[in-house]
Design a protein around this ligand. Sequence first.
Ligand code: F58
Length: 832
Amino acid sequence: MVKKSKSGQSSAGVNFGSRADLSIEGLRRTFREHLYYTQGRFPDGATRNDLYMALAYTVRDQLLDRWIKTVEQMGREDHKVVSYLSAEFLLGPHLENNLINLGIYQKVCRTAEEEGIDIQAIFDQEEEPGLGNGGLGRLAACYLDSLATLEIPAIGYGIRYEFGIFDQAIRDGWQVERTDEWLRLGNPWEMARPEIAYQVNFGGRTEPYEDDQGRYQVRWIPHRTVKGVAYDTPILGYRVNTCNLLRLWKAEAVESFELEAFNVGDYYRAVDEKIYSENITKVLYPNDEPVQGKQLRLEQQYFFVSCSLQDMLRIYRLLGGELSRFASRFAIQLNDTHPAIAIAELMRLLIDENDMDWSTAWEVTCNTFGYTNHTLLPEALEKWPVDLFAGLFPRHMEIIFEINRRFLEEVSSRFPGDEERVARMSLIDESGGRYVRMAHLACVGSKAINGVAELHTRLLEEDVLRDFYDMMPEKFSNKTNGVTPRRFMVLSNPGLSRLISGKIGDSWVSNPEELKQLENFVDDGAFREEWHRVKFENKRKLSGLIHARTGIEVDPSSLFDIQVKRLHEYKRQHLNVLHIIALYNRIKQDPAYDLCPRTFIFGGKAAPGYFMAKRIIKLINSVAEVVNRDPDVAGRLKIVFFPDFNVKNAKFVYPAADLSEQISTAGKEASGTGNMKFSMNGALTIGTLDGANVEIREEVGVENFFLFGLTAEEVCSLQKNGYQPFEYYQSNQELQAVIDRISSGHFSNGDQELFKPLVDSLLFHDTFMLFADFGAYVNAQKHVDQAYRDQERWTRMSILNTARMGKFSSDRAVREYCRDIWHVKPAPVALE
Ligand code: F58
């Protein structure tokens, strides 16, 4: 083992030199060196990006020793490694987070100030890796943070998209998408590992043959081969030495292809081949629902899964163990079904390429995988046309058919004569067209299946995956989501974090259950005043940003009512809009109407092809146009659509909220994680009994949560009994006036067509039951209005929200996965 002496000289003779020196002088020197030797600049000629790059490299130097030791340790015997397979990692900027985790944030800020460097401007320079759509991708990033913080050896495996989630601009009230060129100025956090590369095959056919020992074997003769190259990013834990690995794969052309074409003089074919291969990791699909039938998407999934499994097998071989014991060294978690083809791929690698027999391979596979489901929407369950699947992966198709044959035999013997059940549970949907059901594959090939909130898990067991729960209840468990308090409190809300640490010390950062101690201070008037002051300061900051980005002036002393999340009908941003219009109508009708001044803030991206979601954005902006200009409501209502909501902006949004809108139709939002980020930062929630709202309400106390709306069961039975939204429209005058106001063209310069599709969909279908919940929602909002008038009471509730949110730390969630699913233990890393 390499040991390091105090001087930075390692016992193996490697001189770590000044670069791993955490002293101010050391950091200063390393920074100057990078500016000169890495960026090629004198301080005078340095651009902001040069300064950012030099600082990022300076910080990365601090991680390297830890990183190498952590990876080295993974290779030692008794440590089991968690492999988190996810098509998305929505990481957010690295620099500030690493400074916090290293414990040098203040030091670096002070030093920069002394040097006359605007450190905020440098932080702002960082492009965030937006390699995810929303909750699922951000959850993966939070779990990486917690795995490292808990000192669990882990590798995140995913895709290095050249273009992440699009940047959103608003033009004339509509969303406009722009490509996200996050790699344009370079990425100092990643290291290319060209020597870690694997071949991934596509298409072609299979061929049976007899091996030297006379055994039946199958070989895959592919049509096309692509190379996956590893790009590694260090993921440091909070105040620990563990620095895990995020390994993302980039697709490249296989050299032999290029050469072959080149040699026969076909230069263009060689280039085409290269472009075609590189396409696989070009762009993240920007949908928050699966894209069915898009070949490139399926190729992306298989591409990263195959590279990752080949990588694990390589690492495993280095350790020299029996392949049949693979599951004792790797626990692989499938973040939804996007990597579920891994089950067939591991079988293929074990059987076809490592000579293992089917039953041993199946045992290894079933003991290795865990599957997390993230959705309850039936239309969001991933399935692929058999023809497409078999065309791309002929060998995997055969393996899946065989898995299915054996599995359905089991189903039949457990439930004799129940042919309907057999059809329902089959890995192949034959109810109209033939599709591979990825969730069924994941359930059959995993030893553990989990939902992401108590309600969600219960609904999986009772409804979406009921047959599987019937047959194998022991596989199911709940793992309520969590978020990292490092990024979402310490980094985002330094004011509140300082205030908290001043009262209870700072060990809450890795142990947020300790926030409970804040309850002792709710009666302390001075503390409440400080709390209020911090919140106000956060609102002032956000107001500045809103002004800079939209030109809209907002009043930080008004109630900040915020809904930020992907745009989706089930999330019901338009229910929020209906309430705003109701308030507007009340004021128009009665100019003296007594209303606590409110600023409604929205943010979130719509999938580019999602017609209704884009129209909801337009509606929000159109209502904002009219309301913000109307002198009758001036000083009482303001509406803002904050463009391009992402991890970087989120930092200013969550800490500035008074009210968090979590208003999805009950039974539709698997968990939600924004709900947790708001509440941790002292926002009160107005919400339905959906996803993790249920547990948040239980934790913070029912008196500190504004509840409204139908329960999941009520939604279900109303749907069954024939829901008639039009009847609500007819019987609720306020709702009628709101809808009529939209239909009249009041918010669209008289254009009665613009919002007709939205209005008609509500009047005649209202799939997500906005009308059924409208009355209760408006009523709950009335309670919010009343409560906010009593600032003392509001601040108490705000403190209690933060104090009682410890459960929703991703550390707690990851500990549960470690205990119940992965069976892994912390393996602290020693530097000395
Ligand atoms: C989200 N899913 C859930 N999917 O909607 C949310 O309730 C939950 O809190 C979160 O996962 C974490 O568990 C989600 O974000 C996607 O974005 C997928 C991207 C790829 C296509 C399919 C949807």
